[in-house]
Design a protein around this ligand. Sequence first.
Ligand code: ATP
Ligand code: ZN
Ligand code: ZN
Length: 804
Amino acid sequence: MNIASVIVDVPAKQTDKPFDYEIPEKWIGAIVPGMRVIVPFGPRRVQGFVIGLKDHSEFESLREIQEPMDLVPVLNSELLGLGNWLTEKTLSFKISAYQAMLPAALKAKYNKKVKLAQGASIEDLPESLRHYFEGDKAIGWEDAVKGGLVPVLQKQAAAGTLEVLYEVRERLGKKHIKYIVPLLPPEGLKAKYEEVSGRAAKQKELLEFFIGNPEPIEAKKLTNELGYSQSAVKSLVDRGCLGEKELEVYRDPYEDRHFPKTAPLKLTAAQKAAISPVKAAISEGRHEVFLLYGVTGSGKTEIYLQSIQDVIEKGKEAIVLVPEISLTPQMVERFKGRFGAEVAVLHSGLSAGEKYDEWRKIQRREVKVAVGARSAIFAPFENLGIIIIDEEHETSYKQEDMPRYHARDAAIERGRNHACPIILGSATPSLESFARAQKGVYSLLSLPDRMNNQPMPEVAIIDMREEMRSGNRSMFSRKLFEKIEDRLGKKEQIVLFLNKRGHSSFVMCRDCGYVMGCPHCDISLTYHRRNEQMKCHYCGYETHVPLQCPECLSDHIRYFGTGTQKVEEELGKLLPHARVVRMDMDTTGRKGSHERLLKEFSEGRADILLGTQMIAKGLDFPNITLVGVLSADTMLHIPDFRSAEKTFQLLTQVSGRAGRHELPGEVVIQTYTPEHYSIELAGSQNYDVFYQREMMSRKVHKYPPFYYLALVTVSHGQLMKAVSVTEQITAFLRARVSEDAVVLGPVASPIPRINDRYRYQCLVKYKREPSLPENLKQVIDRYQKEEGASGLQVSVDINPFLLM
Ligand SMILES: Nc1ncnc2c1ncn2[C@@H]1O[C@H](COP(=O)(O)OP(=O)(O)OP(=O)(O)O)[C@@H](O)[C@H]1O
Ligand SMILES: [Zn+2]
Ligand SMILES: [Zn+2]
């Protein structure tokens, strides 16, 4: 096996296949599939993934691998296979698929070193290696490669005595903590104990401690918590009885937090009925996809926890996906509280170094559970027993760049590989999933009632046009305002929700109706109060708020729309005594701020939690008895066939924050289109009727789940170029699909220009088109050649979630 098949890091059609390389004699056995290597490619040196080994190649005179990049494989064989699957499903390059599975720290160029693994001791190494690692020394990767040490180091890495560290710049290196270690065996310490004079009682005490506890102990803990004297430590260090040692600790972002241990709750009859098929699948080691459809507050999380418990008891591992936005401390606490140090948490709030640390815990089998957002689906477990996707309807599970995968599909694929069950949980399942459950492709589990049979909150829908007509120009309807005052009086808590998506604060001229738009994109600019700036959310363009309308020179130009800042101001005027916590992109930008704000609210130091999407999900606070939705319809106006579904889901989720415990809850939804079925049915929280109604409309308009979609987006600096290429593509595809398929286009994208590039699209709706992937690939290949030269971009998204 002296030949390696390598996928090189050159994302292009011509290079999207394995290349054979000869493994130099000294690295035979040291280079195995799943490792990265440096190979010569043309005149360059590039990175590549070894995907297989073989004895013979059909090519002659192979070039040699220059050097390995890893001591142990970064992708296991299952993930290598998953990479093929991803490539096929998303029409992306293999290299993009593999890169997508690794934490960022492994992707960029970071300093790499080999060190003694945590918990290993220098005596575990062969004599010949010890001098490299004594006294916490490390050997640089380059030196190890030059010195031909890789194969020997690799053996140690496989045995767990050595490991590779990445020095991630943002937080240089690993974090170290000072430990005190006894330098003598207990008998030696006893001998010293006799030697120490009777007056040095503190030293005697300390020696006694180490005779009983010969393990290293954190210096701070020894003195601060256990109360041993610092000067005694110093004296014993001077005497050569104790040593000080810096030991690496993981940068655990939750280290300062204590998670009280929770025990499994006694399940209700409904929960028992729902969990038992899952338990059966776990114990039989069978792949099955469950859709857990349970209303908000019905106890889905407890089902996740107890299923994971079973999986851990079988010696297997679990992945839990939650949407980024609801990966709140409260969610993390539930998993850490139950499984403690067995849990790794992966989310975008972590620095690259922290993410890498969490990933390593998984790779080194130190944890059993990974909780994280979308990309946690690639957690490098080898013995998966269950995958859970909470809020499975969330669109953030779809990745919008290459590879454009949906985490749900990847989960099901991994579930097949590991013969393990999948739970998709939601109070408002996606139409796709519910339709599959109806057809029996997924097994449906239902939790139709809240815990302790609490009723669902009562919902009032307020027509804001009526309010306007009767002279109320405030952003609060009379009913909502009344109820806010009532709750403030009763010292109960309130959630006010403002949907930022769809429309936000924009600047408009009251005289001529001019709206300030981005000069580079066809979209209006968003007003930011904090620095009095207008900003484009697509290209980042920023400008000052004008004092005069550029069109008619009127000075009646001001901002419109209700941003959270504006609501906060208005609350300040109307209810100066109310304590308001505002949560949106602006207030949660800094690390830890999200957590701090929620804590403030949960500890009752605020009355009103005001926020955007990020407060809609997952919050479980007993004192919330009123939820107000300030403008329910903004989401309805996005040009997207899922807008009604998203509106329904969001309203149901927000409403679900009220009355989850003893106190009953109430919800007030303000809208300008109360007659729309998504709003009406969210009001009565009737998913089943909504599902029927929406399915009908999808069928008529030929949208998922009745049809699949493929979207081709073309962009170019010149309008005519974008149009003509889209025209060609549309014609090409139209000639190659069956008559059941619909090919729409060319049409301008809903945002027709971003960053001075014109955007056109072609949308294919189809039921069964076995040759479509091949044809789409041809489209990509055909235009890829032009791309570099003229700035043309052609992208294909299969099952798109954003039609923008
Ligand atoms: N068997 C049980 N006995 C007692 N309390 C329970 C039980 N199961 C769940 N609970 C409690 O009920 C509350 C609601 O449960 P949970 O948050 O899991 O609901 P959920 O279905 O995940 O809701 P959402 O979809 O709104 O997040 C929680 O406070 C939880 O601790
Ligand atoms: Zn004007
Ligand atoms: Zn712009």
